[in-house]
Design a protein around this ligand. Structure first.
Ligand code: LIP
Length: 252
C-alpha cells in the first residue's frame, strides 16, 4: 500500500515543479498563506489515495474533510507554504497513514530537492530508498532546528528563549519553515534536534513515524508521546539530544 501511495505522492509533487502564476491568499493572517496548488494537491491526493483505501477518511490542512477514524490519512498538501510562495525549495508533501490510532507509515516528499523520506512501523526509515538513521554525534556537535510558530505571534518570547537555550548546547541553530522536513532532517542525521511549539497534526504526523523509525525520540513539551491527531508541540531528536534539551528546560 505504501509503495502505491508513494507513486501518487511523487506524481503530486512533480506537478509542483511546473507551476503557473501563483494565486496566494491569506488564511488566519498575512503569515498563514494558501495557494491554489495547496488546494489542488490536496484534492488530487484525496481522490487518488481514496481509490487505494476507499474505507479511509482524511484529516487535511486545507478546507475539506477533517475526519478522525480507525483508518485515515493525515495530509499536509504543501508543508512549508511560505517557502513554496517564496521559492526557497524547502516545501514538501506530507502524508501519514494511521490505523486504529497508530501511525503505520509516513511519506514526506520534497520535489524541489528530489528527496523522498519514508518510514514504516517496525520496518525502518529511508531517504530515496536508502536506509537512514539519526546521527550518533553528541548534541553539541550537531545543528538544531527551532521552529518559530509564525501563525502564533504570542509564542515569540517562548521561541526566542528556546533558541537562546539551544545555542548553548549545540553547534548552531537552523530554521527551515517546514516541520515535516525538519523531522526528516533529524531522521537522516542532518540535525541532532528539532523543537517547535503549536504545530498542527498534518505538519508532524508523517515526520514523527519517519523520525522514530530512524532511531529518533519524539515527545511533546509534557515529555509524553505527542497526539499526532491534534495541535501540539514537538521535541524530536537523538535520544541524547532530547534528554539534554529536556534537562535544560527543566532547569527553568
Ligand atoms: C508550517 C510548518 C512550520 C511551522 C509553521 C507552519 P504550513 O506548515 O511546517 O514548521 O513553523 O507554523 O505550520 O502551514 O506551511 O503547512
Amino acid at each position: 500500500m505504501r509503495e502505491q501511495c508513494k507513486q501518487i505522492i511523487i506524481e503530486a509533487g512533480q506537478r509542483l515543479l511546473s507551476i503557473q502564476e501563483l494565486k496566494v491568499e491569506e488564511k488566519t493572517d498575512y503569515r498563514n498563506l494558501v495557494t491554489q496548488y495547496d488546494v489542488a494537491t490536496q484534492e488530487f491526493l484525496m481522490e487518488k489515495l481514496g481509490q487505494i483505501a476507499p474505507e479511509a477518511t482524511f484529516l487535511c490542512e486545507e478546507e475539506g474533510e477533517q475526519t478522525i477514524s480507525d483508518k485515515m490519512f493525515i495530509i499536509d498538501p504543501i508543508d512549508g507554504t511560505a517557502n513554496f510562495v517564496h521559492g526557497t525549495g524547502l516545501s514538501a508533501i506530507s502524508v501519514a497513514y494511521v490505523e486504529y490510532g497508530e501511525l503505520v507509515w509516513g511519506i514526506v516528499y520534497n520535489p524541489f530537492m528530489n528527496e523522498c523520506y519514508e518510514g514504516q512501523r517496525g520496518q525502518g526509515a529511508w531517504l530515496n530508498d536508502k536506509p537512514i538513521h539519526v546521527t550518533n554525534l553528541p548534541l553539541q556537535n550537531t545543528l538544531v532546528s527551532v521552529g518559530t510558530s509564525p501563525y502564533n505571534p504570542e509564542m515569540k518570547d517562548a521561541t526566542l528563549d528556546i533558541m537562546s537555550k539551544v545555542l548553548t548546547i549545540s553547534m548552531d541553530i537552523r530554521r527551515s519553515g517546514s516541520a515535516a522536513l525538519d523531522l526528516c532532517f533529524v531522521a537522516a542525521g542532518k540535525y541532532g534536534l528539532y523543537v517547535e511549539k503549536v504545530l498542527q497534526a498534518w505538519d508532524m504526523a508523517a515526520g514523527i513515524i519517519i523520525c522514530r523509525e530512524a532511531g529518533g525520540e519524539v515527545l511533546d513539551f509534557d515529555f509524553e508521546a505527542p497526539d499526532f491527531t491534534k495541535r501540539g508541540n514537538i521535541i524530536a531528536g537523538t535520544p541524547e539530544g532530547v534528554s539534554k534539551f529536556i534537562e535544560l528546560i527543566k532547569e527553568d
